[in-house]
Design a protein around this ligand. Structure first.
Ligand code: UN1
Length: 512
């Protein structure tokens, strides 16, 4: 039985630590049908090859879906508390492996160790939470309108679930999808982002070590068109969950609709942080730095617009820009570094392109805006923390998702004006308000068009047991995290038990 991910070390040269990772299908680590592979390189130092992964095709997706379908026949009948015990064991094992997996993640994705430890911790939190769900999975039991009749609704698994996950939270986001799915009794095929497959391998390997049976979780690595598309089109895949761009979401949603698949889309954001005159400015600056430059700005929840009231506008800018200039950029494995590289060359180019767009639109560049490519930086995709000020809310830099360390600062007159600016946008994921006025805080909690609102905290930092997701072009109405995920990965069945021993007609017979 092939239980090891590793098939063969690459012989010779500096690549002696490079491993080849196979797909994981039906409990076996297998090569792709295509015979092709791709490299996963460290974005902080592209000389470092993290691993070689399978460039899979439709036949691999078909094999994984078939395995998941076979496994579903048994897995759905395993009592949910038993399924959940496996997930609980995985949580304990992830705790032990946290440091190793965090280092792997920094190497493949670039974000600093403090953050990759948070990412693995998020998977641990999701494991404990979903392990508890195994003993809940609550459904309503309600009185019937007829005598001697029992009425309830139970949650049932859907079947094979397909998952397409992004590179920015390479373990947390797969855990948001896989864990509720399997606790609810589904089986899964996951396609991790090609930039960060190793973290998904680490998560799935742990789940398998904890006892997840063969076929219940399958990994197929590769690219969107050759893996994601056949997965979304596959008639035996009953649900699709994607975290990605709104552009890809639109395509996945349309494809999934053709076969009436359940479809959960977590898409883009352009998240506003409002700072009012009465705010604790130290706190707001700290929050704006963490929200804007954490994960090199590569979060759907990143603080990409800071809307500042006129009374504190000049001071906020001065102090914020000063702090942004002081951030240490470098390899995330160095504990003293504040911000790592962009994930890949394309992302870096995209960030720089937005700098040019913003300049051409007339936004004022206060700091950053350049690639860092001297000395050790030359081997990675580094960019300076970038701040534009006096940004007009209609500019593209204030409207479009950059997914990089580029923050736009916009002046506003008062809360009403700020909320209008905040809402006048295509997206609606996260939002934040800094104020000491409880009345204004509650008004903003009601009026900001977003799936998440923070008061006196930046736009990032969602916890796994609350709903995660957004409104407008950020999604299609589903939520991850907490009960939202349980709702997505189950199908309601209403059950009526008539123990009257006679025909009772609902709506027709109306006994006293
Ligand atoms: C994302 O932004 O892509 O709330 C996910 C946060 C994290 C998850 C973010 N817990 O920032």
């Amino acid at each position: 039985m092939a239980t090891d991910i590793l098939t063969k070390p690459i012989i010779g040269g500096t690549a002696s630590r490079t491993r080849i990772y196979n797909n994981f299908i039906d409990g076996e680590w297998v090569e792709a049908s295509t015979g092709e592979t791709f490299e996963n390189r460290n974005p902080a130092d592209t000389r470092d090859v993290v691993g070689i992964f399978q460039k899979s095709g439709k036949a691999d997706v078909d094999a994984a879906v078939a395995a998941a379908k076979r496994a579903f026949a048994k897995w759905r009948l395993v009592p949910a508390p038993r399924r959940a015990e496996i997930v609980f064991r995985a949580a304990e094992m992830l705790m032990e492996r946290k440091e190793e997996y965090s280092r792997d993640m920094t190497r493949e994705m670039g974000k600093i160790l403090k953050e990759t430890r948070g990412d693995v911790q998020e998977a641990i939190d999701a494991s404990y939470y979903n392990a508890g769900e195994g003993r809940r999975l609550f459904g309503p039991t309600v009185p019937s309108e007829l005598p001697n009749k029992f009425a309830m609704a139970v949650r049932q698994p859907i079947g094979v679930c397909g998952m397409i996950t992004p590179w920015n939270f390479p373990m947390a986001i797969p855990s948001w999808k896989l864990l509720p799915a399997i606790v609810c009794g589904n089986t899964c095929v996951i396609k991790p982002a090609q930039d960060t497959p190793l973290s998904t391998f680490n998560l799935v390997r742990t789940l398998v070590d904890a006892g997840v049976p063969k076929g219940v979780i399958n990994i197929v690595t590769g690219f969107g068109s050759s893996v994601g598309t056949p997965m979304t089109e596959h008639p035996d895949v009953k649900a699709i969950s994607l975290t990605g761009s709104s552009e890809v979401g639109r395509i996945v949603g349309q494809t999934a609709a053709k076969s009436f698949k359940h479809c959960s889309l977590e898409l883009g954001g352009k998240n506003p942080m409002i700072v009012l005159d009465d705010a604790n400015l130290d706190l707001a600056i700290e929050g704006g730095l963490w929200g804007g430059f954490g994960t090199t700005g590569q979060r759907c929840t990143a603080t990409s617009r800071i809307i500042v009231q006129k009374g504190v506008y000049a001071e906020f800018i001065e102090r914020y820009v000063e702090r942004a200039k002081g951030l240490k950029i470098g390899n995330g494995l160095d504990e003293t570094v504040d911000m790592g590289p962009a994930v890949n060359e394309n992302q870096l180019k995209g960030d720089l392109n937005y700098v040019d767009i913003a300049k051409a639109e007339g936004a004022k560049l206060k700091c950053g805006g350049h690639r860092l490519d001297s000395g050790d930086y030359q081997y990675g995709y580094f960019i300076e923390p970038t701040v534009f000020v006096d940004v007009d809310p209609k500019m593209r830099i204030a409207q479009e998702e950059v997914f990089g360390p580029v923050v736009s600062i916009i002046p506003c007159n008062d809360l009403e004006d700020a909320i209008q600016i905040a809402n006048n946008i295509e997206y609606g994921l996260s939002s934040a308000l800094y104020t000491r006025d409880v009345n204004r805080a509650f008004a903003a909690m009601r009026d900001l068009e977003a799936g998440i609102t923070y008061i006196n905290a930046p736009t990032i930092g969602a916890e796994v047991h609350l709903p995660f997701g957004g409104v407008k072009a950020t999604g299609n109405g589903h939520r991850e995290g907490g009960i939202g995920a349980i709702d997505f990965y189950t199908e309601w069945k209403a059950v009526y038990v008539d123990y009257s021993d006679k025909l009772q007609r609902a709506q027709i017979d109306r006994p006293e």
